[in-house]
Design a protein around this ligand. Structure first.
Ligand code: AHG
Ligand code: MN
Ligand code: MN
Length: 357
């Protein structure tokens, strides 16, 4: 066992870093780790048991739920209920937030926002899927926690993470002091520290976007895609296109290799498709902590003021230089003339070369 550090050991070790409610946050992260192992078990035997396919129900966003969506949702809510550290779970799969009403969670201090299973469309064909979570402190001090406790800005997150059920299963999380990745060792059933202090390359050559929607993209995105496809040795273009269709998997790859992931507004989704509270904010927190950048094309994702539980936003996330460059295209091509170029200064700071035609 020499040299191996489990997620549990690591959390306890790092507990001293938390300025607030040390034991509680550690236990909450542990509960999420346990639920993700149960989901992982089910994902791994999907195909052998009757867990593939549609559940025959839809969620609040009108999306058909898969059996694994429903299963993962139940597992996380159940682990967070018995863990006792969480007073509300806000999940993609439930119309309203779920108050956790158990004797052990009476004084619970945390709110969890979760996408229990990300990349549902990939479940039935053995392609990587994930779980995304975000943790906030409860703000209200008495009575039942309310929607206002859930609608906090991304900058208020105390922790965020994702699990990728891929060729191996990994849990990656941050508590605002860097990003660490743990790979599940199936032989001992433990997440083991495999990627300490993860950093996203400042620049990259991968762009990830569902180009099938090209015709419905804003001009800035169309121009950025053209830029990505033009040959230019100095900026290593043309870039490589990689799109899995599971946000977790696409962003995880870009975190390791460098790249940009974009889900812009489209004609079909004028506010973007991805959800602020349980997809964009947690991924933005992680990527910023790894040295990257996350924007809606004009401003920082983490500073968006949430007004609704299932609020959506456009997202440009990944290597800092690439996101700053894409922001510049958005400003130049999508905004009325005369607005200040908010990304220009950043580009200069980052030393990014490459003009906009
Ligand atoms: P979910 O499965 O949780 O609903 O999320 C799906 C999201 C995200 O994972 C992915 O990147 C994106 O939807 C893919 O959307 P398109 O199929 O429109 O490209
Ligand atoms: Mn999702
Ligand atoms: Mn989902």
């Amino acid at each position: 066992m020499a040299g191996i550090k489990t997620l549990g050991q690591f959390i306890i070790e790092k507990q001293a870093d938390f300025s607030y409610a040390k034991g509680e946050l550690s236990r909450l992260l542990r509960d999420i780790g346990i639920a993700s192992k149960i989901v992982n078990r089910e994902v791994n035997k999907a195909g052998l048991v009757d867990i593939l396919g549609d559940a025959g129900t839809t969620n609040i966003q009108g999306e058909g739920q898969k059996k694994l969506d429903v299963y993962a949702n139940e597992q996380f809510i159940s682990a967070l209920t018995s863990g006792g550290e969480c007073c509300i779970v806000a999940t993609e799969e439930e119309d309203e937030f779920v108050p956790i009403d158990s004797p052990v969670s009476k004084n619970a201090k945390y709110i969890v926002c979760i996408d229990p299973l990300d990349g549902s469309s990939n479940i039935d064909c053995n392609v990587a899927v994930g779980t995304i979570f975000s943790i906030y402190r409860r703000k209200s001090v008495e009575g039942d926690a309310t929607l206002a406790d859930v609608l906090q800005r991304g900058t208020d997150q105390v922790a965020a993470g994702y699990v990728i059920y891929g060729s191996s299963t990994m849990l990656v999380y941050t508590t605002g002091k860097g990003v660490n990745g743990f790979t599940l060792d199936p032989s001992i059933g433990e997440f083991c520290l495999s990627h300490p202090n993860m950093k996203i390359p400042e620049n990259g050559t991968i762009y990830s976007i569902n180009e099938g929607n090209y015709v419905h993209f804003p001009d800035g995105v169309k121009q950025y895609i053209k830029y990505a496809q033009v040959e230019d040795l100095a900026t290593s273009r043309p870039y490589t296109s990689r799109y899995i269709g599971s946000m977790v998997a696409d962003i995880h790859r870009n975190l390791i290799k460098g790249g940009i992931y974009i889900y812009p507004t489209t004609a079909a989704s004028p506010n973007g498709k991805l959800r602020l509270l349980y997809e964009c904010n947690p991924m933005a927190f992680i990527i910023e902590q790894a040295g990257g950048k996350a924007s809606d094309g004009f401003k920082r994702i983490l500073e968006i003021e949430p007004t609704e539980l299932h609020q959506r936003t456009a997202i440009f996330i990944g290597s800092a230089a690439m996101v700053a460059n894409a922001e510049r295209f958005m400003v130049e091509h999508s905004q009325p003339q005369g607005l200040p170029n908010i990304a220009e200064e950043k580009l200069e700071q980052l030393g990014v070369i490459g003009g906009i035609d």
